[in-house]
Design a protein around this ligand. Structure first.
Ligand SMILES: [Zn+2]
Length: 551
């Protein structure tokens, strides 16, 4: 017999095509059976239905984060938190590293996360000598909060074979001093061996412990109302780990893998049989595959790929990982193999190059219908790029959670003098142009809570007190759409998740407030009371009152 449960007397934002607001929802096994009035649901419910009176609480579709780094974020509890708090100096960071590594067996790897030199006076980076002193007996790798650079101590550099004779790697820089010796700082693809080695060492030591870390992180995300995500950089090692974890039933909700090359920032070649096999194999209900990730423009050392002219001044700056022809060839090859693509592009020039590639594939002999995503578009030109994206049916995965903290740096540092030509994290103008925009956290790079992402998109508030491009603000209803149904489409799950409609999976979040009616600043304070995935509660808040169970 079917297992039934229902929520009645709620404010339900269904996020269906007409933004219907309903009162009650009936769930049969893992699917939604009916959305309607309390009366309709009570009439349709069977004898054994478990009915919860939501007493006016708000219910929304479970949030989906289409760009998150689960495979790395899950290691946070066993890594050193190196985020900078007000008043911190480099000594506080070094002291934290020293405390965390002191008790470790010699030779065991340790990672630090969340570090941001820009938050320290003088943009202070740790030196090799400082890291050696803080972690004398262990390979240590400190990651920048952007994940696009890092700092290693001498033991870590030695473990991966980086020394004064090392050539510069494809797509990255091993920073060296005037004598040619590595300083410990590594930019972009130069972090690859450190990422891969430290991950393997920390994640493969104890299977059960690592599996528990995965479950713990997913439970934490469920507490934010998240019921699905895309891991935006799945390496072969992470794919192997996920496959085994999935076989053992460790996934609380569905994860879509965006497959990178051999390493986080590795050079992608979709013709490689082992890559094609990895992308096409191992699909299950909870662990999805079929999408490839590549990076178009790096952030370091010169910022994203920007091309602009204004008042007779032409500026082309930044670098690219691939030539435009290479991007086109990668997208074409992937598409011909039935592989979807998600391409990281930050600056307007990179976005143009990606759009050219997508256009060639959509309009060329393949006329592909497949999902094509652009990630970020941090500093871009929505007035020309929005209509192109809309026409080509390209999904934009935006990161409004970064507006508050990183927005001012994108504004002053990256956009600079092209204030009239370029927009920082455009959203509203793209939606108006007809682009399907979804919201992602890029966590652990940015704040992870969907409440924070929606608040950022609605207020455009920044830490300077000045909103960033306030004309790009969206309504709360638009923000909810971007974090639910649009995100489901970006995860290629629009037909089964992202809205509350009969026949879809029963994935929902019960909230302590109506985020479509509260003051914009209160969206950020939103508390998730209960999270349901496939009809089952995977999170309940023990701090706040939750719906009373009636029957
Ligand atoms: Zn990312």
């Amino acid at each position: 017999m079917a297992r039934e449960r229902a929520f009645i007397n709620a404010t339900i934002h269904t996020v269906d095509a007409r933004d219907t607001v309903a009162e009650a929802i009936l769930i049969r096994d893992e699917r939604i059976a009916l959305v309607g009035t309390t009366q309709q649901v009570l009439a349709a419910a069977g004898q054994s239905c478990v009915i919860a009176d939501a007493a006016g609480k708000t219910i929304v579709p479970g949030f989906i984060d289409p760009h998150y780094h689960l495979g790395y974020a899950m290691l946070e509890p066993v890594s050193v938190d190196c985020a900078i708090r007000p008043g911190d100096t480099i000594d506080d960071v070094l002291e934290a590293i020293s405390r965390a590594t002191r008790e470790l067996p010699p030779g065991q790897w340790m990672r630090g996360f969340g570090f941001s030199p820009w938050a320290l006076p003088g943009e202070r980076e740790p030196s090799l000598a400082e890291l050696d002193e803080a972690a004398p007996n262990n390979p240590f790798f400190l990651q920048d909060e952007s994940c696009h650079r890092g700092w290693a101590n001498s033991a870590a550099l030695a473990e991966v074979g980086i020394d004064e004779y090392s050539p510069q790697p494809w797509g990255g820089t091993v920073v060296k001093d005037h004598a040619g010796r590595p300083t410990g700082a590594l930019l972009e693809a130069a972090v690859n061996p450190l990422q891969t080695r430290s991950w393997l060492d920390m994640a493969s030591a104890d299977w059960e412990a690592t599996r528990a870390l995965l479950t713990r992180k997913m439970r934490e995300l469920a507490g934010l109302g998240i019921t699905g995500l895309c891991d935006a950089a799945v390496t072969p090692d992470i794919a192997d780990f996920y496959a085994r974890a999935d076989r053992e039933g460790s996934f609380l909700f569905t994860v879509q893998q965006l497959h990178t090359a051999d390493d986080f920032f590795g050079k992608q070649d979709p013709r490689r049989p082992d890559f094609v096999q990895r992308v096409h194999e191992r699909e299950s209900d909870r662990l999805r595959s079929g999408t490839m990730k590549i990076f178009a423009d790096p952030g370091f050392p010169d910022g994203p790929l920007i091309s602009c002219s204004h008042g007779g001044v032409h500026s082309h700056r930044g670098n690219s990982w691939y030539s435009a022809a290479e991007v086109k060839e990668i997208v074409r090859t992937a598409d011909s193999l039935g592989i979807r693509t998600a391409i990281h592009a930050m600056g307007n020039w990179a976005v143009d190059a990606v759009l050219d590639s997508y256009e060639a594939v959509r309009r060329g002999d393949l006329t592909s219908e497949g999902l094509m995503r652009i990630e970020h578009a941090f500093v871009s030109a929505p007035q020309t790029q929005g209509p192109r994206m809309a026409e080509l049916g390209v999904d934009l995965v935006a990161m409004p959670g970064l507006i508050h903290h990183t927005g001012p740096a994108f504004d002053a540092g990256w956009r600079g003098e092209f204030r009239d030509e370029l927009t920082v994290i455009p959203i509203r103008s793209l939606i108006d142009a007809g682009v399907r925009v979804s919201f992602a956290s890029d966590g652990p790079t940015g704040p992870v809570a969907p409440a924070h992402l929606m608040w950022g998109a609605v207020t455009r508030a920044s830490l300077t007190g000045q909103p960033i491009d306030p004309h790009e603000a969206v309504t709360a209803a638009q923000a909810l759409r971007c974090s639910t149904i649009n995100a489901a489409h970006a995860a290629d799950r629009g037909d089964e998740a992202g809205s509350l409609e009969a026949g879809k999976r029963a994935n929902l979040a019960v909230l302590d407030r109506d985020i479509l009616r509260c003051a914009p600043d209160e969206i950020r304070e939103m508390l998730v009371l209960e999270t349901v995935v496939d009809g089952r509660t995977i999170f309940e808040c023990d701090e706040a009152p939750r719906p009373a169970v009636l029957g």
